[in-house]
Design a binder for this molecule. Sequence first.
Ligand SMILES: *[C@@H]1O[C@H](CO)[C@@H](O)[C@H](O)[C@H]1NC(C)=O
Ligand SMILES: *[C@@H]1O[C@H](CO)[C@@H](O)[C@H](O)[C@H]1NC(C)=O
Ligand SMILES: *[C@@H]1O[C@H](CO)[C@@H](O)[C@H](O)[C@H]1NC(C)=O
Length: 423
Amino acid sequence: MGSFEEVMQKNATAKFIATVLVGGVIVGVSLYGLLQSSEGLQKNLEPLGLWKRRRKKKNKTIRVYMDGCFDMMHYGHCNALRQARALGDELVVGVVSDDEIIANKGPPVTPLEERMIMVNAVKWVDEVITDAPYAITEEFMQKLFNEYNIDYIIHGDDPCILPDGTDAYAHAKKAGRYKQIKRTEGVSSTDIVGRMLLCTRERSPSENPNHSSLQRQFSHGHSHKFEDGGTRISQFMPTSRRIVQFSNGRGPGPDARIVYIDGAFDLFHAGHVEILKLARELGDFLLVGIHTDQTVSETRGPHRPIMNLHERSLSVLACRYVDEVIIGAPWEVSRDMITTFNISLVVHGTIAENDDFQKEESNPYAVPISMGIFRVLVSPLGITTTTIIRRIVSNHEAFQKRNEKKGESEKRYYESKTHIHGD
Ligand SMILES: *[C@@H]1O[C@H](CO)[C@@H](O)[C@H](O)[C@H]1NC(C)=O
Ligand SMILES: *[C@@H]1O[C@H](CO)[C@@H](O)[C@H](O)[C@H]1NC(C)=O
Ligand SMILES: *[C@@H]1O[C@H](CO)[C@@H](O)[C@H](O)[C@H]1NC(C)=O
């Protein structure tokens, strides 16, 4: 007996019968399609204001849209997505493709595939689309409104000017379908690149003299100053409210199986996301221990971490697979800790910068190993914080050009900045 498809191919009669059989369905679908497209037609003909009023009556979920490159994603991006999500019921995020980024500002550090993993992992994101243009066009806006059923386009408070000098969001603003959120102070990708280059420059100052000029360029910016020794002072000022905003605010339920994973989680990347996802699947509640800045420096070198403890904690908290974090976890997983948090399983990824822990004189996982509750997880992606730093350094000239431009616009932003209410 052949498969249904084979019979269909060989026999036209059977094809006809099959068509009749599914005919009802097809008629139903086309009627639905007709209704959909006539509604779309109406939308195009009607003044946008009228359409909006009509829609509101339907009491539907409000879909909001925000786009970006999300290259070297940090908690500033996460906070923007959180604010955007709070303006509606569903958040659709447009991630700009590699080609569009290359054409507009040079190669991204993280390829689209990784950027998608990062954006999808943010707990306030409901849907991700990848055909977002670098600068929003009127055509794409219509597509958002008509095809993706977006109610509002959300953008930060930095102006978005098209090459012809006009406001990219003028149309959406006029239609009353634009909302603005406040930019998260204290960090930008430019700033992070600066920190990384500083870290590599100090490791080998004579290797590449360009790093020092690049670092100078970052250092007279708004975001950070350097002490004589070159140590970074973060300008990030975490508040208790921000941590609450990022938290799930829930403890484990009764009888929950608690999984524990610890690490630096510096420059939170797709490799981290994938291992956290795996770890979460092994239980009901994922507790993540984030090592202190001091612990990270002691184990990975004086210029690590790139991101401080609070910054690293916020990035991890924004991840949908994480239930809770310990802000400043000890290096060793002690028996007391296992009892306090009722930890059922301790895991560690195979791709980690401290994967030689078994050889150390004091294995931090000795206790869970002796209790038989330790497991090594095979990391799905071979990315570490060092990988990310290497990418930046090998690309530094392209970044230099790009950051010169960006530095200018950031400087202008900070010079003209006024207080905007929002959180
Ligand atoms: C709209 O929906 C919400 C919940 O989905 C409901 O509580 C509310 O009463 C609805 N409003 C109207 C006008 O139907
Ligand atoms: C440093 O930058 C200049 C131009 O900015 C370039 O010509 C030179 O090759 C660079 N040097 C190194 C070592 O990358
Ligand atoms: C501790 O975790 C186990 C699951 O591993 C669970 O069965 C038990 O109820 C938990 N204990 C408490 C006090 O929640």
